[in-house]
Design a protein around this ligand. Structure first.
Ligand code: ADP
Ligand code: MG
Length: 287
């Protein structure tokens, strides 16, 4: 490989908004077999909004008060929704986040448990009466959360995020380039599958806890594949670091950008097939 042609390649890439940290990553990009996408903030815009709420106003007021203590994008969506309804939020008395599952909070003297089925079931609350409702939201690609107040199931709230306009086209181009395309998310299987269907991804790893994301990348590598990981969040950083090519979303967190080998400006997903095309062109020039 001549250093000059690599430099020309990374220079061209940079002009398009593809920032390689070094020429070796451009060379490696040429060898990719598989690419794994985080869902929220990577394939989607990462600005979820509440679409449905089933429950009474008191429950919504308690729920939003509880979520005020969380920095999760889902929490922000719920707080915004309640504030738009002019609800006054109470101060949280105790707060615990259970990563990948939800929150347990004391507010106004009541204990709220908000999150997925597993969190409620682990706390002895049966979820079957809401199963049909949950499932209908999830089949639409929405993230549904259950709300229990003092041990009683009181409501369901659903949140949806917008898929990036170019996500489908980017996935199609990557497949045409011969890559295996995979989605990786902490969200539940049904929601993840619905989003995957919309963007044309056939392989989904769902309900993956933040600390397990890197292990999933490793699993694909152990199949003998050279793997790229695309992500935006703090919880994607270990997966970005362990992958052969870590691709950070430019609009994502600083931690993700630092852990990655490449950053795509503005989070424009079409820059990924473009980077692969550039790496092929560069390697051809070298040979
Ligand atoms: P993602 O990978 O999509 O960001 P997480 O791993 O952070 O998802 O969370 C997985 C699931 O845990 C969410 O889909 C939701 O059901 C639940 N959850 C996480 N944080 C919260 C929260 N603050 N309030 C309610 N539910 C939550
Ligand atoms: Mg994300």
């Amino acid at each position: 490989a001549t250093p000059t042609s690599i430099m020309v390649g990374t220079g061209k890439a940079a002009e398009s908004g593809i920032l390689f940290k070094g020429g070796e990553h451009l060379e490696k990009t040429h060898q990719l077999d598989a690419i794994i996408f985080d869902k929220t903030g990577t394939l989607t815009k990462g600005k979820p909004e509440v679409t449905d709420f089933s429950g009474d106003e008191d429950t919504l007021q308690l729920l939003a008060s509880a979520e005020k203590g969380s920095e999760h994008p889902l929490a922000e969506a719920i707080v915004t929704y309640a504030e738009e309804k002019q609800l006054q939020l109470d101060k949280v008395e105790a707060f615990e986040a259970i990563p990948g599952h939800g929150i347990i909070v004391k507010v106004n003297g009541k204990i709220l448990i908000v999150g997925n089925r597993k969190l409620l079931q682990d706390n002895g609350i049966a979820t079957s009466e809401k199963e049909e409702l949950l499932n209908s939201y999830e089949q639409q690609g929405k993230t549904a959360m259950l709300i229990a107040v003092d041990g009683k199931l009181n409501g369901v709230i659903a949140v949806a995020d917008t898929i990036k306009p170019s996500a489908t086209e980017a996935v199609q181009q990557l497949k045409a380039q011969g890559l295996e395309v995979i989605m990786l998310t902490g969200d539940n299987q049904t929601t993840a599958q619905a989003i995957a269907n919309q963007v044309g991804i056939d392989q989904v790893f769902a309900e993956v806890l933040p600390e397990q994301k890197a292990e999933k990348v490793k699993e694909v590598q152990l199949q003998g594949k050279t793997v790229a990981m695309v992500g935006d969040g703090i919880n994607d950083a270990p997966a970005l670091a362990i992958s052969d090519i870590g691709i950070a979303i430019g609009t994502g967190t600083e931690v993700a950008i630092e852990a990655a080998d490449v950053t795509i400006l503005g989070g424009e997903l079409l820059l990924i097939p473009k980077a692969i095309k550039l790496s092929h062109a560069t390697i051809r020039n070298i040979r």
